[in-house]
Each structure stands twice: as structure tokens, then as C-alpha cells.
Design a protein around this ligand. Structure first.
Ligand code: DP6
Length: 326
């Protein structure tokens, strides 16, 4: 086979990946835990063609250039070397959500690219190997490979990949996402990781992670949002504390971001069980049970500064599909 298409969902981390011990291999400074988002998808088609002189890449129907193109070509090189082929490829990738706004588009992008490219190159990787390969493209992508809820840990290149901790059907947890900006962020998470170690708060966060991780894993096991909610908020704020105090400082928040954080805490006081987290961007992910999702969506939609609201439950892992984008 020389052409294949795959679909992946991005994931939202409950314990974040921020900072690396190896920039080139995307080895994380700490383990992380996440949930795939069923309602958001990236579809990617890859075709290796002997006649092509260079790899051509279209992202959301536009030709890719600069760093995004380089990262895809580097990833195709990894797949070519695994498969022992030299042919260049045509790649098309389309996401149904805005890229670069903290919705972790690189997670679904590199998970889908890894599966589509390996299949197109005639390889059939096991889940662990596919997760490991996806990590080399973008760290968070390794967590979009297993279905449902994933734990990414391991210190070496061979051992660092994500494993499922619970399937998507285990828990009907809902992520209600408040979009407060559509603009492409100034500093990508990919570039931001390198700054983590310049923050005096980085080591303090890393020291707290093992305890937090245990609570979050138990919370997923017991489907107990009330137990893990405070930790999810604490780690999101700790990560943004590291970002804000790194050199140079990264400030992803917008006025709408703060409005949502304040509102979520007020709603909780009123008895609504909802907890927030954020990635490297201004949008806010609000986690709640299915019975509260509509209420949370309506309330978010009425807040000043919130431009749109997306709602998603837990999603599947990366998977092949039998249609193509070209
Ligand atoms: C803030 O996976 O985008 O979303 O490995 O350099 O591609 P690279 O970084 P990336 O980092 C995502 C960071 C985060 C937190 C998280 O998803 O855990």
C-alpha cells in the first residue's frame, strides 16, 4: 500500500507536559495524563510516490511552509527510515477545530500523520511503537494514540510512550471548551517547552507532580471528578505560572480567559461541579459530568469574551479510515 488515511482526536491533559529533558527526542520533564476529545478530529492522508522530488504538505487546504513543513518532513524521514524507503510523499491534513489556540492541534496532527504515513509505507506498528513514533513528532501526540484516557511516562527514547489507563466508555466525563480567541498564538508550545527550565517555579512544579499524578489516576479509576478537579486546576495554574515566570515570559491568557476562570470558581460555590484546565493558549477547558454539561455550555456562552463553545466526551485512539483527502 502507498496511500493511507488516519483520523485522530486531540487530547486534553489533566497533568501537563511542560518542559523536556531532551528537546530533540521530546522526552518530557514529567509524566502526564490526558483524555482524548471525541468531538474534535484531524484527518490525514499520506501517499508515497516514487516520482516526487520533494514532500508536499497541505494543512487545512493551504500549502505548509516554514517550521510546520519542516516538522512534517522530519517525521516522514523517520517513517522512511523505519520502512527502508526513499520515496517522497504527498500529505494532506484537515482539522475541524481552530489550530494554534491551545486546542492541542499538534497532538491529533502527529498521531494521525504517524498512522497514515506508517500504513502508506507498508508498516503495521503496535500501539506502543506508534505512540513512541508520534512522540518524536510532537510529545503530546503520543497520548492521542491509545483510546480514552492515557498516561505518558518513561525516561528513555525506547520507554517513553503513552498507555491507556481507561477506555473511552469508562467515564462519560465532558470537556466544555470556551473559545476566547481564534488568533494563532505568538509562541508555540513546541518553542515554549525550551523556556520551562528558566523559570524558578519549574522545579517546584516538578516536585509536586508525582503526588498530583497519583490523585488524578485514582480519580479516573473511581470516576471521581471532585477528587481530581482541584489537582487538575492546580497543575494548569502551576504550568501557566512556569510559563509566566520563564525568560522570556509567556503570557497566553486573554481577558476572556480570566473571566472564565473566575466564573467557574463562582459556579462551583453555587453548587455546579465544574473544574478548569488550559493548554498553551487562552481557551479554557471546563470539565464536568454529563448532567451538568448543558448548563455549563449555556453559562459559558453568555460570558463576555467567550466567542464559541465546544462540547466533547472521551474519544477513541488514532484509527485508519477507508476514504482519502485526495
Ligand atoms: C501545554 O506536544 O505541543 O499542551 O512536543 O514540542 O510538540 P512538542 O510540544 P506539545 O506540548 C503540549 C503542551 C501542553 C500540555 C500538554 O498537552 O500536556
Amino acid at each position: 500500500m502507498s496511500k493511507a488515511t488516519a483520523v485522530a482526536n486531540p487530547n486534553i491533559a489533566f497533568i501537563k507536559y511542560w518542559g523536556k529533558t531532551d528537546q530533540a527526542l521530546n522526552l518530557p520533564a514529567n509524566p502526564s495524563v490526558s483524555m482524548n476529545l471525541a468531538a474534535l478530529t484531524t484527518v490525514t492522508t499520506v501517499e508515497f510516490r516514487p516520482g516526487l522530488r520533494v514532500d508536499t504538505v497541505a494543512i487545512d487546504d493551504r500549502p505548509a511552509a516554514g517550521q510546520p513543513l519542516e516538522r512534517v518532513v522530519e517525521h516522514l524521514d523517520r517513517v522512511r527510515s523505519l520502512a527502508g524507503i526513499t520515496a517522497r510523499a504527498s500529505v494532506a491534513s484537515r482539522s475541524d477545530f481552530p489550530a494554534g489556540t491551545g486546542l492541542a492541534s499538534s497532538s491529533s496532527a502527529f498521531a494521525a500523520l504517524s498512522l497514515a504515513a506508517t500504513r502508506a509505507a507498508g508498516l503495521d506498528l503496535e500501539e506502543a511503537a506508534l505512540s513512541r513514533l508520534s512522540r518524536l513528532g510532537s510529545g503530546s501526540a503520543c497520548r492521542s494514540v491509545p483510546a480514552g484516557f492515557s498516561l505518558w511516562e518513561g525516561d528513555s527514547d525506547e520507554e517513553s510512550f503513552a498507555r491507556q489507563v481507561a477506555p473511552s466508555g469508562h467515564w462519560d466525563l465532558v470537556d466544555v471548551i470556551a473559545l476566547v480567541a481564534y488568533r494563532h498564538k505568538a509562541v508555540s508550545s513546541h518553542d515554549g517547552h525550551a523556556l520551562a527550565a528558566t523559570s524558578p517555579l519549574h522545579e517546584a512544579r516538578l516536585a509536586a507532580v508525582p503526588g498530583w499524578l497519583e490523585t488524578v489516576l485514582e480519580g479516573i479509576r473511581d470516576r471521581n471528578l471532585a477528587a481530581m478537579g482541584p489537582i487538575i486546576e492546580a497543575d494548569a495554574l502551576a504550568m501557566h505560572g512556569v510559563m509566566m515566570t520563564s525568560v522570556p515570559s509567556l503570557l497566553y491568557w486573554m481577558p476572556g480567559t480570566v473571566a472564565v476562570l473566575q466564573a467557574v470558581r463562582m459556579w462551583r460555590k453555587e453548587g455546579l461541579e465544574v473544574w478548569f484546565t488550559l493548554d498553551a493558549g487562552p481557551n479554557v477547558h471546563c470539565l464536568c459530568g454529563p448532567a451538568d454539561a448543558e448548563e455549563v455550555r449555556d453559562r459559558l456562552g453568555n460570558l463576555e469574551g467567550v466567542r464559541d463553545v465546544l462540547v466533547s466526551g472521551a474519544g477513541d485512539g488514532v484509527r485508519p479510515v477507508d476514504y482519502h483527502l485526495f
